[in-house]
Design a protein around this ligand. Structure first.
Ligand code: NCD
Length: 313
């Protein structure tokens, strides 16, 4: 019998293929429970600390919505300026307080590795909602969930990642989940923003294959394209960002020239890399992707807290 072995969710690296399948299966269950009005109550009496020290709309609101939909409560702090970190308090001390006030914490922070420090400081479960250019594992799980919902099978797909593969943490996490599958990747980015070597090296041990290119035409061969924003806030040199920010703009015409039924994903927010004229195509799945995030996060909150998700009938 499988039991979910994770208390914290810090890095997509921690998940086995069995874990991923289990999360997908439980999310399907959760989606039905939510529809039947049976999810409300699963986390009654529990408090989520929502700690967002970096900009966020979707991730914060979807975690908070997930907790509320389970009848849990949320306490939150947004931005350094309103937390005692601005007075010089360490993340360790902040987490000690959070532990006293809540049952589970979700944290977004601009420094890579910060969620690991947060997780090590406390006994309550900690979920990484994005640590600098590092990882964003819950986004990757909802991306996987969306791909499966749209395409049914992961094996056999050709997937194109377009944009900022160097600083884009959602890609860093999603690649770690996809590596177990017979998937071919087109890594499409300007040379300056190629995927970091350590990620590429890791892929060599798995069934996944990849090729790198700067040529956007590689998207024509893809079953799924995953478009990302050039991560302005991560560039040490702003001039470099200015030089690269307009590299790609995916539009309707380009999608229509691609494989039939290419699924278009984007973690959002978009800036100018994905044209709004794509939105009305049936295969533009990014708003559905954001919506699925709530079900995935409802599931993860229960799993991390060791609360059983009842079978859906
Ligand atoms: C992403 C992030 O914060 O890494 N957004 C999100 O969580 N949906 C992508 C981004 O900011 O470009």
């Amino acid at each position: 019998m499988y039991t979910f072995p994770h208390k914290n969710i810090l890095d997509a690296d921690q998940f086995t293929q069995e874990d991923i399948n289990y999360i997908i299966e439980k999310t399907n269950q959760m989606r039905i429970l939510e529809k039947q009005g049976r999810a409300f109550g699963l986390l009654r009496g529990k408090i989520l600390a929502s700690l967002f020290f970096e900009a966020s709309t979707r991730t914060r609101l979807s975690f908070e919505s997930a907790m509320e939909r389970l009848a849990g409560r949320v306490i939150s702090t947004v931005g350094f300026q309103f937390s005692s970190i601005s007075k010089g308090e360490t993340l360790f001390d902040t987490m000690k307080m959070v532990e006293a006030y809540s049952d589970i914490a979700v944290i977004r922070h601009p420094i890579e590795g910060s969620s690991r420090i947060a997780g090590a400081a406390v006994k309550i479960p900690v979920i990484n909602a994005g640590d600098g250019a590092g990882q964003h594992p819950t986004q990757a799980l909802l991306d996987m969930y969306t791909i499966i919902s749209e395409k049914k099978e992961i094996d056999g797909l050709t997937i194109g990642f377009i944009g900022d593969l160097k600083y884009g943490r959602t890609i860093h996490s999603l690649i770690k989940l996809l590596r177990y599958y017979k998937v071919h990747l087109h890594l499409i980015s300007p040379k300056e923003l190629y995927l970091i070597d350590s990620y590429k090296k890791d892929l060599e041990k798995y069934p996944i294959t990849y090729e790198e290119t700067g040529d956007i035409k590689a998207m024509w061969e893809c079953d799924v394209i995953y478009v990302t924003r050039i991560q302005e806030e991560r560039f040490p040199d702003y001039k470099e960002y200015e030089k690269l920010k307009e590299t790609y703009k995916v539009n309707k015409e380009m999608i229509l020239a691609s494989k039939k039924d290419t699924t278009v994903l984007h973690p959002l927010p978009r800036v100018n890399e994905l044209s709004t004229d794509v939105d009305d195509l049936p295969n533009a799945a990014y708003f559905r992707q954001a919506k699925y995030g709530v079900f995935v996060r409802m599931t993860l909150l229960c799993l991390c807290l060791g609360v059983e998700i009842p079978k859906a009938e």
